[in-house]
Write a protein that binds this ligand. Structure first.
Ligand code: AVI
Length: 332
């Protein structure tokens, strides 16, 4: 349910089931190519498993992006200037956010997240780390325009969207989000906000597939946790041991796809509805798009942002791009 404030409240039925989760799962399982949106990975266990993924030797994006944030702070500061309100799309990470805040010396920090719990925890941690910095957390779905607190209205904005989370969206959704970010940060009211965004790069298939199928099996657990969540929260009867994790590079769409593959025929119920899968059928659970310099620029331009400067880590695995909201003009 969305209130006028833009705040999203989890809408539960009388038995406590998250209605949006049930709707997405039932719709996704009824399709010929079964597919469930990746956002449902992140229950408490899934969020913990994702943290564990970021520490796996094969999963380079977190380390590569942190390296750029650590090494290029002076350059960000020169281009961005002081006294901005940093608007983070997401709760903020305990490592990356402090590196950015230290570099750009903002006048305020505004984390936006749909999950109030994560938001409060990370806002408290950030306030403790930066005692003089006003922190204004906003619990909201940032896929739409969000009203920012009055306290930051007069400040120039710098959006921050690290992690290559933009890559988890299909291009059409990514463009919608980039446009919402513009609107949230006042671009339509004549301000020219900036955006610092992480975008993972296309590279060898072997490196990419290994990053999403680590040797310890943590990503496999992360993927399979979705089935456990369905069983627990939606009265599912899925025989989870009959599924295997798959991470496959789709070269046409420049993305890693994660699937849950049925290793034998399976019949199961979810919320009283029956489903069948043949051996080899999959449930598509995540896309992680990878970018080239040009495809990243094209996506940003389509979303109303002009790229200004791009940094990569030493091994050219990951990019951080600074962009500015494109001024509206009709020609050419
Ligand atoms: C959150 N997101 C950017 C991660 C990614 O790399 O696409 C999610 C993830 N899925 C498996 N490993 C990591």
């Amino acid at each position: 349910m969305k209130a006028d404030t833009g705040i999203t409240i989890v809408d539960r039925d009388e038995t406590g089931v998250d209605k949006a989760f049930r709707a997405d799962v039932l719709k996704g399982l009824a399709q010929r190519q079964k597919a469930i949106p990746a956002r449902w990975f992140y229950d408490e266990r899934g969020s913990q498993l994702f943290e564990d993924i970021t520490k796996q030797p094969e999963y380079y994006p977190t380390r590569a992006e942190t390296e750029i944030l650590r090494d290029r702070g002076i350059e960000f500061a020169e281009l961005v200037g002081p006294d901005r309100a940093v608007v983070e799309f997401g709760s903020g990470s305990s490592v990356k956010t402090p590196l950015l805040l230290e570099a750009v010396d903002p006048a305020a920090y505004v984390p936006l997240d749909i999950s109030g719990e994560f938001l409060r925890q990370s806002a408290v941690a950030l306030s403790n780390k930066f005692p003089g910095l006003p922190v204004h957390p906003v619990e909201a779905d940032f896929m739409r325009k969000v009203e920012l607190p009055d306290e930051v209205e007069h400040l120039r904005k710098l959006g921050f969207f690290p992690g290559s989370t933009i890559g988890n969206m299909v291009p059409r959704t990514a463009v919608d989000l980039l446009r919402s970010m513009r609107a949230t940060m006042g671009a339509d009211e004549g301000q020219l906000p900036m955006l610092l965004i992480g975008m993972d790069l296309v590279k060898d298939r072997e490196v990419l597939e290994a990053a999403y199928a680590d040797g310890e099996g943590v990503t496999a657990k992360f993927n399979c946790n979705l089935l456990h969540r369905i069983n627990r929260e939606l009265g599912g009867t899925i025989a989870t041991e009959k599924f295997e994790h798959r991470a496959i590079w789709n070269d046409d769409f420049a993305r890693i796809e994660m699937h849950l593959l049925a290793t034998e025929p399976v019949d199961f119920e979810v919320s009283g509805k029956r489903f069948s899968m043949a051996k080899g059928d999959t449930i598509h659970t995540e896309n992680s798009h990878k970018f080239t310099r040009r495809s990243a620029n094209t996506l940003l331009l389509a979303g109303g942002w002009t790229p200004l400067k791009r940094w990569t880590d030493e091994d050219d695995r990951f990019s951080l791009i600074l962009a500015q909201a494109t001024e509206q003009r009709d020609a050419p």
